[in-house]
Design a binder for this molecule. Structure first.
Ligand code: NCD
Ligand code: ZN
Length: 434
């Protein structure tokens, strides 16, 4: 199928990588950006009028759970990448906590093949750090690097010992760009706990875990990065202390990066007062002062990336009592709007900074060279066009197979209109094309 020629006319083109933020036309042809400028023609092109709309590099999610293989009742590669496209994402990195675990090249190949069949987003599977996520023996990291994997994580679980993490960081050093991404959680402080430990956990009668469960491991892991010179990425930061530890590590020149989720930038422990299991997430929502530090850390560059941690769970699983429900919220379809509503509109982040954290920087960490801009002639056409002013309510139906959103019922600002993957529309006029 020949891809259509598309002319985006008069969009606000925001390209953080090239430092470009101007009204322009963008012509897409044969899978690439053919031209950027004013008054572009394109005799055979389908013209998309973009008055008041923003055109940006397609979003890139560094932390997604697509659940395939093994948990197809929650999500599949196809439904998850359809949710990604609906949210303006052109690339996602699915975590390894599937069944079987993605701890060798065969599972990586299986996930990639499913993604190819769906054709809705470029998929960059994350490999496990340890076999079976069991925290003991290193996974087939070399084999997976050879198969093109760049990021390794036991997400869902923390690497249990400093020694194993040290070995992983050291081993990954042999491969230029390999990144060890950690879910930082001291299980001895957190296991069996339902939320953040504080006044809210006491008043709700739910067992709480202190922020120190994260902080202690962030500290340990940064020391292992210092010891080895290895490349560490800290997943879903939730506490003020962790932000401060990452800030210091960076000022010491260590190779450390960090992410925060949209939901941790919005919710705090008090938001669990309705016992809404969709707001049960790992790590848990913490104090207002932690949320403030996360926002500040994102604004000042301490935190590099907004990653969704899209964690679909089936309705029956989330309908259990609070202490039996699995942690996680879906996030691909709301991430951009949450950032626009909660960060850009109040002036915490500029629009270019928000898009940098949602696209350019995660693309760099992932080695997704076709993504994250710049929007220039000859570059692969992976783009999102959104209306920054449209208001909408988060409610089903979702493109995701699951509906466990922490944002259900909330009004958000900013809606995806078109998503372009290698020159083809995966979303057109706000609707999935396939
Ligand atoms: C994740 C999941 O469901 O896989 N859940 C979550 O709340 N973040 C795993 C995890 O990191 O705990
Ligand atoms: Zn995690």
């Amino acid at each position: 199928m020949a891809s259509p020629e598309l002319l985006f006319r008069g969009a606000r083109v925001v390209d953080p990588r090239a430092g470009f933020d101007e009204v322009a036309d963008v012509l897409v042809k044969d899978g690439v950006v053919a031209d950027v400028g004013r008054g572009l023609g394109g005799a055979s092109a389908e013209v998309v009028g973009c008055d008041g709309l923003v055109l940006a590099p397609g979003l890139v999610d560094l932390h997604t759970h697509l659940r395939e293989p093994g948990f197809e009742q929650k999500e599949t590669v196809e439904t998850g990448t359809r949710a990604a496209a609906a949210g303006g994402f052109t690339a996602v990195a699915p975590m390894a906590n599937t069944d079987p675990v993605a701890d060798d090249a065969s599972v990586i190949a299986e996930v990639r093949a499913a993604a190819e069949r769906a054709g809705l987003a470029d998929v960059f599977p994350v490999g496990a750090i340890t076999k079976g996520l069991e925290g003991e023996v290193l996974a087939e990291i070399g084999e997976m690097v050879a198969a093109g994997v760049r990021v390794f994580s036991d997400d869902g679980r923390c690497v249990p010992t400093a020694r194993t993490l040290r070995n992983a960081l050291t081993y990954a050093l042999a491969f230029d760009e390999a990144v060890i991404a950690e879910h930082c959680e001291d299980a001895s402080l957190s296991s069996g706990q339902q939320m953040h430990e504080g006044i809210s956990s006491f008043s709700l009668g739910l067992a709480g875990q202190p922020a120190a469960a994260e902080d202690a491991i962030v500290f340990r892991d940064i020391e292992m990065a210092r010891l080895t010179g290895g490349r560490l990425h800290v997943c879903h930061l939730s506490s003020a202390r962790s932000v401060e530890l990452v800030r210091r590590a960076k000022s010491d020149g260590l190779r450390v990066s960090a992410e925060v989720t949209p939901h941790h930038l919005v919710f705090i422990d008090e938001d669990l007062r309705t016992y809404d299991t969709n707001r049960k997430v790992n790590p848990p929502f913490r104090a207002a002062s932690d949320r403030e530090a996360l926002r500040q850390g994102l604004a000042d560059g301490t935190i590099d990336v907004i990653a969704t941690d899209h964690a679909p769970h089936a309705v029956e699983e989330k309908e259990a009592e609070f202490d039996r429900a699995p942690p996680g919220t879906i996030g691909l379809e709301t991430a951009l709007a949450v950032a626009l509503t909660e960060l850009v509109a109040p002036g915490i982040l500029t629009l270019p900074r928000a898009l940098e954290t949602l696209s350019c920087t995660p693309a760099g960490i992932l080695g997704a060279r076709d993504h994250g801009g710049p929007i220039e002639a000859g570059r692969p056409a992976n783009l999102v066009l959104f209306d920054p002013d449209e208001r909408w309510i988060v409610e089903p139906p979702f493109a995701s197979r699951s509906r466990n959103s922490a944002f259900l019922g909330r009004e958000l600002l900013g809606r995806v209109r078109f998503t372009v993957l290698h020159g083809e529309l995966t979303v057109s006029e706000g609707k999935a094309t396939r």
